[in-house]
Design a protein around this ligand. Structure first.
Ligand SMILES: [Zn+2]
Length: 263
């Protein structure tokens, strides 16, 4: 038996617990004997995580559900296997149901043909759908569900007291979860989700990758400004809403303007 290393009362992060980074952050939220897992990571690390849970003495039969923060392969590839081992249910946002139940390799980014990347995406049945404002009860603990679209359209965050399990919304260095049209990114929605986090009275952000950090308005503002800029940048392809250079080009074509020194 190992002693538990909660990061907040009722919240254990399994990589931190293990003293070793095995994959994405996996949060075990508990009260008494009852517990849930938020994300599980890749299939190949499921047994390691389950072994950690055994060593810190949580009865498998009291796992209420496995929760997906969103339908990206690095968070949920192991759900089917974990579900089998723990004999429990799976919970996700409605937008994650179809990709998870069909094992969609494109939406989950398990397959990126241009990079020769092809991972398995085992299909898993979703028993419970949760959406913004829902509460998941774990013992007497209330886990408040936030829908925070932007990175993907299924991204959830979970508030427990002063702490937000903040998913792929923002990391300690101000980076954000990948913006990619294939898994349903939306830059405007991303800005709104980040503003919601900034404007809340949540004190701590416990992200899906990397260390926990304070909900600091300066960090959030710098990231929001950067992400808002993406709306007008060709870099983001179909996810940008406009490209101001094309308006300038219209005018310059109409007036026959060339750069100074060329005409
Ligand atoms: Zn993701």
């Amino acid at each position: 038996m190992l002693s538990r290393k909660p990061i907040f009362p009722g919240i254990i992060e399994l990589n931190f617990q293990a003293g070793e980074v095995l994959g994405c952050n996996v949060y075990l939220v508990y009260d008494g004997d009852e517990w849930i897992l938020i994300d599980i990571g890749y299939e190949e690390t499921v047994e390691d995580f389950v072994e950690i849970i055994r060593q810190i003495d949580f009865p498998f039969s009291r796992c209420k559900t496995l929760v997906a923060t969103h339908a990206d392969v690095d968070h949920i590839q192991g759900l089917a296997k974990a579900k089998q081992l723990l004999k429990t249910s799976v919970t996700a946002h409605p937008n994650a149901v179809e990709p998870l139940q069909s094992g969609d390799t494109l939406i989950t980014l398990a397959e990126i043909a241009a990079q020769d990347l092809k991972m398995a995406m085992p299909a898993v049945e979703i028993e419970h759908e949760v959406n913004d404002g829902d509460v998941i009860e774990v013992g007497s603990l209330k886990v408040e569900v936030w829908h925070t679209p932007g990175h993907t359209n299924s991204q959830l965050a979970f508030r427990i007291g002063d702490v937000l399990l903040s998913g792929d919304n923002i990391y300690r260095d101000g980076c954000i979860g990948a913006i990619d049209a294939h898994h349903g990114s939306d830059i405007k929605a991303f800005v709104s989700s980040l503003e919601r986090i900034r404007d809340s009275d949540v004190k701590w952000l416990a992200p899906s990758h990397g260390p926990i950090f304070a909900n600091d308005p300066d960090l959030l503002n710098a990231t929001i400004e950067r992400v808002r800029g993406y709306l007008k940048m060709a870099d983001f392809g179909t996810l940008a809403e406009s490209w101001p250079l094309m308006d300038e080009w219209d005018e310059e074509v109409a007036s026959g303007k060339l750069p100074d020194g060329l005409s």
